[in-house]
Design a protein around this ligand. Structure first.
Ligand code: DX5
Ligand code: ZN
Length: 219
């Protein structure tokens, strides 16, 4: 089993002091920083763009796990690569040509993530499995933090786990949405190895304690 990674989503952070929040996450034991980018079009919410990510880069050495919920995504990939993203995750529905967008992410030397919405089938990934570094299973419909974990995601995580194992490739399996001290165990049991958590961390005072508690529930 791979090293487990906790990727706190800054969507629920205090946006007026994002730099400090990110430092606290690093000190608290986070492995990655999950940055949710939303355009008010692909999803019904708006967040931050490349200049903010660029400015945040100096606050941490942790990799930026950038989740792009924007459409059309292709023409913006370069901006996020240059802003300091380390992993760039895209949704197949947000690009005209998944292969081209994957190749573009690779061209900039970034890790490639592909995200599956609750209604997106795993078969969408079959042709690209050789080119992907991370599969993100959405366990809520994207757009907002603090939503309830969709339990049918467990079955999907198991299926993606099998697909990854069958491929023999080194691909991370990330789960995003409604992860808390109860659901993290279920997702890990099903085969996830990378866990996004937003409200479960930011709704608490002590991020270090919460991150440790989440980690302790992983089986
Ligand atoms: C939802 C985002 C998630 C979300 C996670 O569109 O992709 O990263 O912020 O937040 P919680 O952990 O609160 O569900
Ligand atoms: Zn996300």
């Amino acid at each position: 089993m791979k090293k487990i990674q906790i990727s706190p989503s800054i969507l629920s952070a205090d946006f007026s002091r994002l730099g400090e929040e990110i430092k606290k996450l690093e000190e608290g034991g986070a492995d990655l920083i999950h940055v949710d980018v939303m355009d008010g079009h692909f999803v019904p919410n708006l967040t931050i763009g490349p200049p903010v990510i660029k400015n945040l880069r100096k606050y941490t050495k942790l990799p930026f796990d950038v989740h792009l919920m924007i459409s059309p995504v292709h023409k913006y990939i370069e901006n996020y690569a240059e802003a300091g993203a380390d992993i760039i995750t895209i949704h197949p529905e947000a690009t005209e040509n998944l292969k081209n967008s994957i190749n573009l992410i690779k061209k900039f030397g970034k890790k490639v993530g592909v995200s599956l919405n609750p209604k997106t089938t795993i078969s969408t990934l079959i042709d690209e499995i050789e080119n992907i570094d991370l599969i993100l299973v959405m366990s809520v419909n994207p757009g907002f933090g603090g939503q309830k974990f969709i339990h049918s995601s467990i079955d999907k995580i198991s299926k993606v786990r099998k697909m990854i194992d069958d491929s023999g490739r080194d691909i991370r399996l990330e789960v995003d949405g409604g992860i808390n001290s109860e659901t993290i165990g279920l997702a890990s049991e099903a085969g996830a190895d990378t866990f996004v958590a937003g409200s479960a961390i930011f709704n608490t005072e002590n991020y270090e304690q919460t991150i440790s508690e989440l980690r302790s529930k992983i089986v």
